[in-house]
Write a protein that binds this ligand. Structure first.
Ligand SMILES: Nc1ccc(Br)nc1
Length: 455
């Protein structure tokens, strides 16, 4: 049913709003707070990054999917005190529905898997580049949106799935020119915390919120969290034990902390063994302090970091075997990661690893006089039919300007449609790299092109 206010009332609201003109004010030309415009030169860099991500996903035989940026708020309501839900970009729409701009993609993915579950061939290996949102009080002036490469595997309960995802992450890092000296990937397992909490008879129901608090303890002083820990009913002895266990930074100390029979320990050992087979073990760092801040992780968790320690986490992920149950569905094992577009670009720029990206143009075609535009169109169309990228100037140009512009755009060739050339049924083609010029019969342009143009 329509929401609390009829559409007529809503339309009247808009009529009552002052237009910019009535306000006599200038339109604010900035994008909304915390968001970014991507002008063509920014878009070239973003497309370069996404294309690298897409190639890696394809090399690992993952399939691309997408979902609406707008979801029911229900998808993200969780009670574990996560930052991601406390900063939900949520509102009521004109139909009175509670909706939200997605803060992450995994719940949408879970909804899609649950909706088609019996029709899906397992394992599901899917990827996406969702723009994700948060409503952060601008006190910290942080962004409110980012694009986040997501890769997930559904239907595999073994750490083979985590290993494959870490292969994708390290493959990307290697492809973009980063080494294991630049970046490490901290790996741990929430199974370690689960075993510790079970041994101390802490109820399962407290597991997620405890993990979120332990994650916060890595970033904030104990006093800042003490209230939450007490509210959760975690005794001091339990907190001390957890803080002790998360100090482990190698297998011997972790084994001492949780015992040789630990299942979580065995899974971590298996993962490091697979890492050797994939040749990415040098990137991994066992670090029990890695918990990650999402409530639904249940097993292995990991996050990539810059070894200089100057930036926030580059990417992160983990196993979330119980997410479908929280949506009222049958359990289905799952693991995935999110890889934001901002921190990685900061790191790549700091290392000079972002290439300068020109338009990549094969030819610029221009008429010297308006009356010759038809010939210029024919020439451009022939070039395009031969598969070339062509900038056809839509107004008559002076040759000097056209050559300067061709240089600016990085065009390989310039096709000059001038009165003298056309009088002889020709056009002039200039090779920008060598300055060499060719007079080519318009009738032969297409065959000359395929013989000459090597793109
Ligand atoms: N979840 C989330 C959304 C948007 C940004 Br920016 N960072 C994190």
């Amino acid at each position: 049913a329509e929401g609390s206010r009829g559409s007529a009332a809503v339309a009247q609201d808009l009529k009552n709003r002052e237009t910019q003109k009535e306000r006599q004010g200038k339109l604010d030309l900035n994008p909304p707070r915390g968001t970014r415009d991507f002008y063509p030169e920014d878009m070239r860099t973003r497309s370069w990054l996404f294309e690298l991500w897409r190639q890696v996903a394809r090399d690992h035989a993952f399939e691309e999917y997408d979902a609406p940026v707008l979801e029911s708020e229900d998808l993200f309501v969780r009670k574990a005190g996560e930052e991601v839900t406390e900063q939900l970009y949520n509102f009521e729409d004109k139909g009175g529905r509670r909706v939200a701009l997605r803060p992450e993609m995994t719940p949408s993915l879970a909804r899609m898997v649950m909706a088609k579950r019996n029709g899906l061939v397992m394992p599901v290996k899917w990827f996406s580049f969702p723009q994700c949102w948060r409503y952060e009080r601008m006190t910290r002036g942080r962004r409110r949106e980012h694009y986040q490469w997501n890769m997930d595997v559904w239907g595999v309960s073994g750490v083979e799935a985590e290993a494959e995802l870490l292969s994708a992450i390290t493959t990307f890092f290697k492809r973009v020119g980063l080494t294991a000296e630049d970046v490490g990937i901290k790996v741990s397992s929430r199974g370690v915390l689960a075993e510790v909490l079970a041994a101390l008879d802490v109820p399962d129901a407290k597991f997620s919120a405890t993990c979120v608090l332990v994650d916060k303890l890595e970033k904030l002083p104990l006093e800042a969290i003490q209230g939450d820990l007490t509210a959760l009913g975690l005794e001091e002895s339990v907190v001390r034990r957890l803080l002790d266990v998360v100090q482990s930074r190698d297998f011997p100390s972790l084994e001492t902390a949780i015992g040789a029979k630990s299942t979580a320990l065995a899974q971590l050992r298996q993962l490091f063994e697979y890492a050797r087979a994939y040749n990415f073990e040098e990137w991994l760092v066992l670090d029990a302090s890695v918990v990650r801040g999402l409530a639904y992780y249940t097993g292995i968790v990991f996050e990539a970091f810059d070894r200089k320690g100057e930036l926030r986490a580059i990417c992160g992920g983990g196993r979330y075997d119980k997410l479908l149950e929280t949506f009222g569905g049958e359990a289905l094992p799952a693991v995935g990661f999110g890889f934001g577009d901002a921190v990685i670009m900061e790191l790549l720029e700091s290392k000079g690893l972002v290439p300068s990206l020109s338009l990549g143009l094969d030819a610029l075609v221009f008429a010297m006089e308006a009356g010759l535009q038809g010939i210029a169109i024919r020439a451009a169309t022939s070039l395009r039919a031969a598969g070339l990228t062509v900038d056809l100037q839509l107004e008559a140009r002076k040759t000097k300007w056209a050559l300067k512009h061709a240089d600016r755009l990085g065009a390989t060739y310039v096709v000059i449609v001038g009165p003298e050339e056309v009088a002889g049924c020709n056009v002039r083609v200039k090779e920008m790299a060598t300055g060499q010029q060719h007079v080519v019969a318009i009738a032969n342009l297409e065959s000359w092109i395929s013989a000459t143009f090597t793109t």
